[in-house]
Design a binder for this molecule. Structure first.
Ligand code: 6R9
Length: 651
């Protein structure tokens, strides 16, 4: 592990919102006096009615509940837009950079965004969408994605954004699970010069589950079939509707959105976030982590979070928090390597980006292409860099720091999850010395602990164990949509009294946290969470597959790759063609992000005498670490393992 330490640069210590002393002092207060601390922080939100109680939470089974800012009323869309109109109505909120650098940029002011959101909110109302209804959003990275989300929030509808890379099946499952009657989509998406057939995917999904309305944003202008009585174009939907739409007063604990995420078992879970705590938590973390404050000349720093709105990072740090904080931000439709590997840095120069936030997988992919793509750009505007989604290895950290940021930009490596709403363990650039590869210290109000994975005992001081959080924070998910029991069982039953993150973690002598990765059956492929169970169930749906077991394997660019062991049905020829077919099959069932990297045909899988698949052994073989397979004596048939090792495909 890297031992390097990068102290807070002097100018950062001087001018940052949070300096070293104020971090220590505020952190201590946030734990000792949560009521006082959060009352102060909650002032950043415009409340329509004040809350009575700050924190009313318990992780105990007998009395389990999570409520923040109860009695308070607010509208998060009004906090993101309306309250800025007086002072920054003409300020650019979104600079939209299209997939192709030659295509026109869209610049949208707060006033225009407010108007577009209000109109779309009225259009939703006209189609019968009311408070509490679920709206599925399946859009590419266009401003209309943010507009649709904010329009839902404005009228109290619950949005469920489905990443535009997911398959029709995955989309259908998510529409069905939350019972939404309306889908907002586009004719096509565009990524790296290729089109994504979004409307066609929706049509395919709707063969499995019916909805009343499909709103289609005309993006590429493709000629897509429209179903009479069900489908309406975005422009027709907003034609003639009023431009005013009063924001719905929402209770702090009213649901804001559902976002499906993979777990270690079963179908993806609908993570539910509510309004008040999420608003306070995301705007606060965004402000402190990115030190988001006006420049000396009064302008707002240009901020760019390269995440897709289909993931939680796009929800919290593209849509909600930056707009609540009055940011000017870049929203990018495309990919880092189109038209070439300089694209990110060209965009930085083009829009004078000061704060840049991306995933390690993108950085590793660019790092492989050589420094020239970076160094031929200026990047003089950059001040701060961020990382999210997976552990950043010290080599990638060093490259990001040295080559991209020219040693002048601190890197905030933010650890958090869909479930946590916002950054939980992260450096603050003016307060915390950096150690490459460490997410460093807890955010205000966050009490991490490490438990011995077997005994569940709390580990003190330096050590390594299962990462848990001992008490609630405002941005915590409130439930799994429609399944409180699953929420409790997934996160609070393993280690009673604690929120279990699913991650392993090491804490060093200085109290720095080093996330080591998932310790459950979740793998992290290019920063995207994938349940091994999901890939397995996709595989076994293929008629030639009798059984499948999926594990993660180390992957140079993606962080982790997908390694699938497949037992075919009797009489099947385990051919190269079948292997290719299965790869395509999984892509079709889930989406391209689930593409298996290796498929190994296995006559049988290593099982205990009680029939449990020994995943530990399968992981070792996938890692090509076959010298240390450990105890195989409990296997029903140890020769199965020898066979798997002998026939491991050479990747
Ligand atoms: C925000 C987001 C959550 C999982 C999480 C962990 C991994 C995220 C990380 C990180 C190490 C970081 N993760 N950030 N690991 N360092 N800075 O990514 O949410 O998609 O729900 O994934 O991602 O394993 O448990 P989500």
């Amino acid at each position: 592990m890297s031992a390097a330490v990068f102290p807070v640069p002097e100018d950062w210590a001087d001018k940052a919102l949070i300096g070293e002393d104020s971090y220590a002092e505020r952190y201590a207060r946030s734990i000792a006096d949560p009521d006082g601390f959060w009352r102060e922080e909650a002032k950043r939100i415009t409340w329509l009615e004040p809350f009575d109680t700050v924190k009313d939470t318990s992780f105990d089974k007998a009395d389990f509940h999570i409520r923040w800012f109860t009695g308070g009323k607010l509208n998060i869309c009004a906090n993101a837009l309306d309250r800025h109109l007086v002072e920054r109505g003409e300020q650019i909120a979104i600079i939209w950079e299209p997939d192709s650098p030659g295509d026109p940029v869209r610049r949208i002011t707060y006033r225009e965004l407010h108007r577009d959101v209000s109109r779309f909110a009225n259009a939703l109302k006209e189609r019968g969408v009311a408070k509490g209804d679920r709206v599925t959003i399946y859009l590419p990275m266009v401003p209309e994605a943010a507009i649709a989300m904010l329009a839902c929030a404005r009228i109290g509808a619950i949005h469920s954004v489905v990443f535009a890379g997911f398959s029709p099946d995955a989309l259908a499952g998510r529409i069905e699970d939350c019972g939404s009657r309306i889908v907002v989509t586009a004719d096509e998406g565009l990524r790296g010069g290729k089109t994504v057939p979004l409307k066609a995917n929706v049509d395919a999904a709707l063969e499995k589950v019916a909805v009343d309305t499909v709103v289609v944003f005309n993006h590429t202008g493709a000629d897509v079939p429209m179903v009479e009585g069900r489908d309406v174009s975005w422009s027709d939907a907003v034609a003639g509707v009023a431009e005013d739409c009063a924001p719905e007063p929402m209770d702090a604990e009213d649901p804001l959105f559902i976002l499906y995420t993979s777990g270690s078992t079963g179908k993806p879970k609908g993570v539910l976030h509510t309004t008040g705590g999420y608003a306070v938590w995301t705007s606060m973390t965004h402000q402190y982590v990115f030190d988001y404050q006006p420049n000396e000349d009064g302008s707002m720093p240009v901020y760019w979070c390269a995440a897709d709105v289909g993931w939680v990072t796009g929800h919290s740090y593209v849509v909600y928090a930056p707009l609540m904080n009055g940011a000017t931000q870049v929203m990018f439709e495309g990919v880092p390597n189109f038209p070439d590997h300089s694209r990110f840095w060209d965009i930085v120069d083009k829009h004078q980006v000061e704060i840049f936030y991306a995933a390690p997988t993108a950085l590793r992919a660019l790092m492989r292409e050589g420094d020239e793509y970076v160094t031929r750009t200026s990047r003089a505007s950059l001040k701060l860099l961020g990382s999210v989604g997976e552990p950043i290895n010290p080599e990638a950290w060093d490259w990001y720091h040295r080559v991209v940021g020219e040693r002048r930009c601190p890197i905030v490596d933010t650890w958090w999850q869909t479930e946590t709403g916002g950054a939980m363990i992260t450096p603050l650039p003016g307060a915390i010395d950096l150690k490459p590869g460490s997410a460093s210290k807890p955010m205000f109000g966050v009490q991490p602990a490490l438990l011995d994975a077997e005994s569940g005992k709390v580990l003190e001081g330096a050590g390594q164990g299962a990462l848990v959080i001992t008490d609630s924070w405002p941005g915590q998910m409130r439930t799994v949509y429609g399944d409180d029991q699953r929420f409790f069982d997934t996160y609070f039953s393993q280690y009673p009294g604690y929120y279990f993150t699913g991650d392993g973690c090491r804490r060093d002598e200085d109290g720095y946290y080093w996330i080591t990765g998932r310790i459950d059956d979740v793998i992290n492929v290019s920063g995207h969470r994938m349940g091994t169970a999901e890939v397995e169930s996709a595989l076994v749906e293929h008629p030639s597959v009798a059984e499948a077991a999926v594990v993660g394997m180390p992957h140079e660019v993606k962080g982790q790759g997908i390694y699938a062991y497949v037992t075919t049905t009797a009489g099947t020829d385990d051919s190269e063609d079948l292997r290719k077919e299965l790869v395509q099959w999984v892509r079709k069932e889930i989406g391209p992000i689930a593409t298996p990297d290796v498929i190994q045909f296995a006559p049988s899988l290593p099982k205990t005498r009680s029939g449990k698949i020994m995943r530990r052994i399968l992981r070792k073989i996938a890692e090509n670490d076959t010298g240390s397979l450990g105890d195989t004596s409990t296997l029903a048939d140890p020769s199965v393992v020898e066979d798997l090792v002998a026939n491991r495909p050479q990747a």
